[in-house]
Design a protein around this ligand. Sequence first.
Ligand code: FPP
Ligand code: MG
Ligand code: MG
Length: 365
Amino acid sequence: MKFLAGNMRQLLGSGHPALDTVAKYYTKAEGKHVRPLIVLLMSRATARTPKTTRYNGQQSAESIDNPISPISILSDNNPELPSTKSPTKTESSYPAGDSEVLPSQRRLAEITELIHTASLLHDDVIDHSVSRRGSPSANLEFGNKMAVLGGDFLLSRASVALARLRDPEVTELLSTVIANLVEGEFMQLKNTARDEKNPVWTEDTISYYLQKTYLKSASLISKSCRAAALLGSSDKRTVEAAYAYGKNLGLAFQLVDDMLDYTISTQELGKPAGADLELGLATAPLLFAWKNNPELGGLVGRKFAGEGDVTRARDLVIQSNGIEQTRALAEEYASRAIAAISAFPESDAKEGLIEMAIKTLKRRK
Ligand code: FPP
Ligand code: MG
Ligand code: MG
């Protein structure tokens, strides 16, 4: 974790000063770095599980560690086209010390955070956000165009680093995540599958929401956990367990996020609270409230855009048991995450993963 931010910034160097600044902007503020922490814990927790032989290309610590250097864009030293000459190797980004986490798994943790950060740059444009982690959002600071291009640049550098792992299965997994994030975000443009004016609550309402939530919020961590186990050559059962842990934890994480939007102040949250209704989004607390109160259907249908809709919807959610039901569902997913890794050998890392699931439920930001 100590090397994470520095290594990410090294991956993000650009010879264009403005692009360099925008690309590194969200790596400056102290992020929570939850995802890379989980990837590293999963790597350690699976280190002593049964192993299998698998193809993993010509991956070597050296090829992973080669700097994608902050070159001048005017020179022909183009980092997107790795030269056949071996780049000058600077001090290793991965000093020895943790024999249980492979260099490829550490790089995976960085790639995961790069993809997440890219999605935040785009997300803040889509959501018209003005703050992130207690500071002005990138779109506010640099404008939409630079924020979008900055996000694209992060994705590109994440892709180069991914290709350098020389592991086709892991490349496929993380590339699918990028598609999943976009699919989830597209599903979120509608609150229900059919997007009617006056929708009626059905069981599909919740499954649509959970599918969207998986794609938007759980796909990255679940597939990254799976990738960590694959890079460690873990057997199939371990790989599936790692994936199940990430999937359930990701779902729990987003349910808590959706709950905090109703229960915590902007100041404590570090980003605007109550933003979901303002954005027209019907999340879990409201969907549970709607089951017992058909009035909410009309508001959902017009995305809370009518006069007083946001206040009315919030009041109805707060009077309902929607928030409690959301918390209960988050608890269920967190328990499933813990159960998924029960067969892993006892270790500090396994304890860490369990603690992450518990902390997800307790977090207030
Ligand atoms: C945060 O959600 C947003 C995401 C987890 C994913 C956003 C995905 C995209 C914008 C698609 C493009 C993807 C890439 C990889 C460039 P939120 O708005 O609910 O959370 P917030 O409160 O932190 O803003
Ligand atoms: Mg947002
Ligand atoms: Mg969003």
